[in-house]
Ligand binder design. Structure first.
Ligand code: GUN
Length: 285
């Protein structure tokens, strides 16, 4: 069994990005990312702070925009439109979730698709589904980068994705399909989850249910990718971060498995920097 070390890989990718950023600066372009945070969600605040820190370390210009919980949708849309026109900004990210009075789809569709470093705009979703070049959501892109690093090619594999969010499950499904895996997608209404997961050569789980995947749900020798990050508030793991996979009992059955923390999580920010760099390069063409 090999542990897929996302932490080490994210550091390697960040170093590559730092060097590429230096090259880009020689050509007169400083890649710039704007991150918009609306409200006071503590988890979102942590993520945004971490994104800002990583940008600075990589030499990417970072602009953090904070708005009150009661900010109007109109104000947010106006701010995005200004960033769309701002030549010093190549990537725009609106941290989700947004307060309930704001229409998330409308916000995401207002971001210029060329600056949509989250890959959530329907244009970029369409590009991904039709197998064209696009800005791809950071977490599933990070999963593909981990597989590549360890020489794992999904072609022909039976892949099972558990979770159908627009952020993880659906883009993951499309990336694996584009890589020519046979993909099954499961969700909360799936009748017999185990019947699907236990057949998978490659199992990707992103549902947010701590330790949901047990050994009897995993095929011997499977590759298991755990996208879950759950902060436990009770029991044996109180105060710790755990994944959607019961790592301790499942790991021995796997050929490869990602740990939590230190697996997919660190790759998400590395891919955000990568997408910002891609967007900056696209702006030169
Ligand atoms: N909230 C949780 N994950 C994400 C993400 O990947 N992008 C944004 N913008 N918000 C998130």
């Amino acid at each position: 069994m090999t542990i897929l070390d996302g932490k080490a890989l994210s550091n390697k990718v960040k170093e590559e990005i730092k060097l590429e950023t230096q090259e880009l600066k020689k050509e007169g372009i400083v890649p710039g990312l704007a991150v918009i945070l609306v409200g006071n969600d503590p988890a979102s605040q942590t993520y945004v702070a971490s994104k800002e820190k990583s940008c600075i370390a990589a030499g990417i210009f970072s602009e953090k925009i904070t708005m009150n919980e009661d900010a109007t949708e109109e104000r947010l849309l106006d701010r995005i439109k200004k960033l769309n026109e701002d030549d010093s900004i190549h990537g725009i990210l609106v941290q989700l979730p947004l307060p309930k009075h704001i229409n998330t789809n409308k916000v995401l569709e207002t971001i210029d698709p060329k600056k949509d470093v989250d890959g959530f705009h329907v244009f970029n979703v369409g590009q991904l589904v039709t197998g064209k070049q696009s800005l791809v959501p950071c977490t599933p892109l990070g999963v593909m980068r981990i597989l590549e690093e360890y020489g794992i090619n999904p072609i022909g594999m039976d892949a099972c994705v558990v979770g159908v969010s627009n952020i993880v499950g659906k883009p993951m499904m499309n990336l694996l399909l584009n890589a020519r895996a046979t993909v099954t997608v499961c969700h909360s209404k799936t009748k017999d989850l185990k019947a699907h997961t236990s057949k998978a050569d490659l199992l990707v789980v992103g549902v947010g249910i701590p330790h949901m995947i047990k050994p009897d749900m995993v095929k011997e020798g499977a590759i298991v990718i755990d996208v879950g990050i759950n902060r436990m508030t009770w029991g044996k793991y109180e105060g710790k971060l755990v994944g959607d996979v019961d790592f301790e009992t499942v790991a021995d059955k796997c050929s490869y498995i990602t740990p939590v923390p230190g697996g997919v999580g660190p790759m998400t920010i590395a891919m955000l920097l990568k997408n910002t760099l891609t967007a900056a390069k696209m702006s030169m063409k």
